[in-house]
Design a protein around this ligand. Structure first.
Ligand SMILES: Nc1ncnc2c1ncn2[C@@H]1O[C@H](COP(=O)(O)OP(=O)(O)OP(=O)(O)O)[C@@H](O)[C@H]1O
Ligand code: SF4
Ligand SMILES: [Mg+2]
Length: 375
């Protein structure tokens, strides 16, 4: 295993640490199709989601990631945790798609599955025009440099015994990004782009603060010249004062290098700041997606409305009507029938518990999965 190829072996190990059985599950759609209760079929929308806006670097179609939840005596899964359940969307090249939703709704699993750090349980992942959902590891390897991930915790994601220079340069060396003779200069150039000074090159991670470490992680991701980066809560572990600096760095790098981001966060203000489009997830499903101004200015789905109503308002004279959601988030092993949100939705009717709402286009690329949105 190399230490800095942060999208390949390192992350696959992390996945295995978290759930050994799930992460080594065989590739393909068998898990989804074999779901004992047939929920996969029930959850599938009838129509195709409209995806044809601009030049899409990524299109995700009916993506599923089911983890085995319970197994029978013979080790065969009998129930599944539907972490990502029939999700479809697209990201235009050079743009940022923010992904929001409560803890456990499947944001990280979605990002990892798109990058093929998890196997998928069904659906397509069209990256630069090619479906990568079922590629073999050897076929995926050349794509690894094009897709990277930045994690929430910059403390645990840097190898402690390697200098910053080694960590950043190793991925570039392994993937032959530049000739060996140019590696040091190239690494220093990437470090400069990320606001890291030359003398950091020979220093070790423990010598740095959280913000600097996150810059190092960003530099390591950038060193292999990716096109697409999943940023998984990249500022959540940082002091508020540092968060803005990292967000500005990501924005700056995107502009200079034409990067595309999928920016996962539960901090709606950060997502509003950085995103072009925003997707809202609930219990493994995408319930609403649209341009930032539509999602934040005119949210259609009752869940999005409730989420946004919780954002603090800086003006003490203005009181926002907070929508308090009753009840706990249901289990993704046994999600509610019909609309998964019906057990907590203030607008639910009888129909909602029976019929799965389709993700419908309400115009201008704004889609929502609610029977009553836009009607
Ligand atoms: N490797 C795994 N094995 C089994 N279950 C998993 C695994 N990874 C995630 N899950 C489950 O999948 C669901 C979605 O988890 P995920 O980490 O994707 O959520 P999240 O939206 O990123 O949450 P958070 O905001 O807390 O980071 C959760 O119920 C989680 O327990
Ligand atoms: S379909 Fe029904 S339960 Fe679901 S969000 Fe719409 S009103 Fe609420
Ligand atoms: Mg997460």
């Amino acid at each position: 295993m190399n230490k800095s190829d942060n999208i390949s072996e390192t992350n696959e190990e992390l996945a295995e640490e978290r759930a050994p059985e799930a992460s080594v599950a065989p590739e393909g759609a068998d898990v989804a199709e074999g779901t004992p209760d047939g929920a996969a079929a029930a959850a599938a929308p009838d129509g195709e989601v409209a995806l044809d806006y601009g030049e899409n670097i990524l299109e995700v179609r009916h993506l599923k990631k089911y983890f085995p939840a319970e197994k029978n005596f013979w080790g065969k899964p009998v129930s599944f945790l539907k972490a990502v359940d029939d999700v479809s969307f697209a990201i235009e090249r050079g743009q940022t798609l923010g992904i929001v939703g409560e803890s456990g709704c499947g944001k990280t699993t979605l990002g990892r599955t798109i990058l093929r750090l998890n196997s998928s349980s069904g659906g397509e992942i069209i990256f630069e025009g090619r479906d990568i959902a079922n590629l073999k590891p050897s076929e995926l390897r050349p794509l690894r440099t094009r897709m990277q991930i930045i994690f929430q915790d910059p403390y645990s994601s840097l190898p402690p015994r390697y200098t910053i220079g080694d960590t950043i340069s190793e991925a570039a060396m392994i993937h032959h990004i530049v000739p060996k003779s140019e590696l040091r200069d190239y690494t220093l150039h990437i470090m400069h782009q990320c606001g890291l000074q030359d003398y950091y090159y020979d220093r070790y991670p423990h010598e740095f603060s959280g913000g600097q470490r996150q810059r190092i992680c960003i530099a390591r991701a950038l060193a292999v010249r990716p096109e697409f980066i999943v940023c998984d809560e990249p500022v959540s572990a940082l002091d508020v004062s540092i968060q803005a600096q990292i967000i500005n760095l990501l924005t700056d790098l995107q502009r200079k290098n034409g990067l595309t981001y999928m920016f996962i966060s539960h901090d709606l203000s950060v997502v509003e700041h950085i995103s072009d489009r925003v997707g809202v997830m609930y219990l493994g499903s995408l319930v609403e997606i649209g341009d930032k101004k539509d999602i934040f200015g005119d949210p259609e789905h009752p869940y999005t409305q409730a989420l946004l109503s919780a954002i603090p308002v800086p003006d003490p004279h203005y009181k926002r009507n907070r929508i308090i959601l009753e009840g706990d988030i249901p289990s993704p092993v046994n999600p509610p029938s019909g609309c998964k949100f019906h057990t907590r939705c203030p607008k639910a009717t009888e129909r909602c518990s029976e019929e799965v709402p389709e993700l419908r286009d309400l115009g201008n690329g704004h889609l929502a999965a609610c029977h009553f949105c836009g009607r």
